[in-house]
Design a binder for this molecule. Sequence first.
Ligand code: SF4
Length: 331
Amino acid sequence: MTPILEIKNLSISLRDKKKMLIKNMNLCVQNGQMLGLVGESGSGKSLTATAILGLLPSSLEIVSGTIQFGSYEITSLTEKECSQIRGKEIAYLPQNYQSYFTPFIKIGHQLVEIIRTHTAKKKTDAKEMALYWLNRVNLPAERVFNSYPYQLSGGQLQRASLAAAIMFRPKLIIADEPTTALDVVNGEIILDLLRDVQQEMNCAVLLISHDLKKMVNKVDELAVMYGGHIAEIGKTRAISNNPVHPYTHLLFQSSLKLSKSVPKELPTIHGEPGLVSLSGCSFLLRCPYATEECSKRPQMKTVGKQHLVACHSVSGGLKKDVSYSFNYQNV
Ligand code: SF4
């Protein structure tokens, strides 16, 4: 497989305060692959997506590194060049589907406008194309085409945004928490649809989520982020069978399983979400395995076939029974 997206040594910082938000990130998404980028809020997932789309706000700057998308090096493109790729070769499916369409213009009219902006199609051909893609995401095409956004349910609106995102057959789809604002059933429908169209079009998908458990059954590869760093990356099965980084390991432990009895203690991760050590390992202040060595930044090392982890403790092996617990019966 050839990579469609290759991020090398990417660092992004706040322009004024020089605070690093993404640090030496390396990530590769292959053609026809679905890669899940997981981590809690503030870990840098959406910021990575924004950088790939060439939409970083002026308060942020790329300090080092490259973002290679096909033959384009995104960090060296002008805004005009980026806008020609965005929406056509790189599609974006947002978390907030409510804002995808203008509320007082019919869905069909908006889709036709998007198609005619990117192609030389006549109105009738553009309408035919819009109906095809609405139908492809299992919507009643004619009715949705003639509806205003407020006349659709959340699930229908998110499927209409998916139709808009994929109708130019992009090489890469970035789906940023596409199910967060949906109920469980509609969330599953969207993820299954995304998987279907990805396989049908053989495009790549970068699926961003804070929900590790939900990702495990959907993506080919997982990258776990903490504090602007990739903590662990590899084949999904390799990581779910053997999560090696303490953060990944604790995330899996923190997922509740259905059982007949309520556990006495709920597993949690020590410390506030977003607590990041500014020196050494990002996870240092919350890690139950931390040693003196962790005051130095850990480098990525191989722990198995196509499985990498950035942690000093890995060579010694983790004591898998260590975790912090929250005793809810005392509350
Ligand atoms: Fe924990 Fe140290 Fe590994 Fe960081 S490097 S995850 S602090 S053991």
